[in-house]
Design a binder for this molecule. Structure first.
Ligand SMILES: Cc1cc2nc3c(=O)[nH]c(=O)nc-3n(C[C@H](O)[C@H](O)[C@H](O)COP(=O)(O)O)c2cc1C
Length: 414
């Protein structure tokens, strides 16, 4: 367990703990316990060799999640893609000499090594092996290769080893592994200091007290952006239309129903925000009159509802901005890029995320999406189909690179 004074806080973090076939595998049980106690959600992946030392059941009970051991075990989602894709960090402890070799050359012949190739988050490796193995030039070379690639490979401790030897090879202490995890996670807080206003979901425009006009937006993309911004250190306000999703914890959620309510809520929070990401699918039109009582059929063969345009929230806020970055979404079913470019220019946005909602494999309601990001300064970035949570991170990275780190705002004011 971690000492009480440890500053680590893993609340809301998703981690993968890889366990390989070292005699020190039993120490991974204590590490898992500490990670869970500090608030992390931990998915454990074990090599076949690791299961000879500690049973998956132990990790399963302590993590409260199924332990992944087999690349080919049939699952709804493929663990070698899904787990590292959603993780904030991957920790491999203990890491065998065999694992270091495979990771160094990119071998992917089992679940854990394949996962590693899919990880785009920090990877922390805590080796444990006999002293002669650790000192072997091949092992040293592999360690150097991994470090050069940005993997955090901790130095094993010096001390008595299972072989009876006293040498460098003991698994780094739990505290030093937790410290490394914390450092890696802090370096990801690249949105710290930003106050991000995100809109999500559809709006509902009442026809009468029981009926409304709405759209198919689920809110998944906006919620994923809010969660990603929170995870990267931003203060987040999520203005959400009706959605079955639960707002991410640690995010200030404001629930609205209509376009007009959404406009009011966003206008209230916009002045104190640094970035607006408008992922909501706001109705363009609403019934001109909303009946006070439920409309009755009473022999009518048709009903004409007159619609009027809703306020253009994005254009209005974009005009009112002082220094805010304004990012819009363009959900289109045809001529996606040209419509998105028109919207980008017409509303004076910094970035627009063009979203082909006619695709069967992405768009509204789906867990995945593919988009093209267009900037006011002419950059274009294609993001292929991926889970919305991962896409959210890619979007935030692009917004940061193009607008926050090296802002080129002058061409926006034309
Ligand atoms: C009792 C025992 C203890 C072992 N301890 C270690 C160890 O601490 N470090 C290591 O690199 N290999 C150790 N090995 C060898 C690994 O288990 C072996 O290289 C295995 O292929 C590793 O597979 P993996 O990397 O897929 O988990 C040990 C083997 C045995 C039988």
């Amino acid at each position: 367990m971690v000492e009480a004074q440890s500053p680590i806080n893993l609340w809301g973090k998703r981690l993968v703990l890889g366990v390989t076939g070292s005699i020190a595998a039993y120490k991974a049980v204590g590490l898992l316990r500490s990670l869970v106690c500090e608030g992390a959600t931990v998915s454990v992946a074990m090599t076949q060799a690791a299961t000879k030392f500690v049973t998956p059941l132990t990790f399963e009970v302590l993590s409260g999640r199924r332990v992944a051991t087999d690349l080919f075990e049939s699952r709804e989602e493929m663990a070698h893609l899904a787990l590292p894709g959603q993780a904030h960090a991957v920790i491999v402890a203990p890491a065998t000499a065999n694992f270091l070799a495979k990771a160094a050359i990119g071998l992917a012949d089992d679940l854990l090594s394949t996962m590693l190739l899919n990880a785009r988050c920090p990877v922390i490796v805590a080796p444990a092996m006999d002293g002669d193995m650790w000192a072997h030039p091949t092992v040293m070379q592999h360690v150097q290769l991994l470090r050069a690639r940005g993997v955090v490979v901790l130095d094993p401790e010096v001390g008595p080893l299972a072989s009876g030897q006293v040498a460098q090879g003991r698994l780094p202490t739990e505290l030093s592994i937790l410290d490394a995890v914390q450092k890696a996670l802090i370096s990801q807080l690249d949105w710290r200091g930003q106050r991000v206003l995100v809109s999500a979901g559809p709006t509902q425009e009442p026809i009468d007290p029981v009926r409304f006009i709405s759209n198919r937006s689920s809110g998944k993309m906006g919620y994923a952006i809010a969660e990603a911004a929170r995870d990267r250190g931003a203060e987040v306000i999520l203005v959400t239309g009706p959605s079955s999703l639960t707002p991410p914890s640690g995010v200030t959620a404001v629930s609205v129903n209509t376009a007009s309510e959404m406009s009011d809520a966003l206008s209230r929070h916009f002045p104190s925000s640094t970035v607006l990401i408008m992922a909501a699918a706001v109705a363009d039109f609403r019934p001109k009159v909303s009946a006070g009582q439920k409309l009755k059929k009473q022999g009518k063969s048709e009903l004409v509802i007159e619609l009027e345009a809703t306020p253009d929230i994005l254009a209005t806020l974009s005009l009112r901005r002082t220094s805010q970055i304004v990012v819009g979404f363009a959900a289109e079913t045809e001529h996606v890029l040209s419509h998105a470019k028109d919207k980008l220019r017409g509303k004076g946005l910094d970035l627009i995320i063009a979203n082909d909602v006619s695709r069967a494999d992405g768009g509204f309601g789906s867990d995945d999406n593919a988009v093209v990001i267009l900037s006011a300064t002419g950059e274009q970035k294609v993001l292929e189909l991926m889970p919305k949570r991962r896409l959210a991170d890619e979007i935030l990275t692009t917004v940061r690179e193009l607008c926050l780190v090296s802002p080129r705002r002058e061409s926006l004011v034309e």
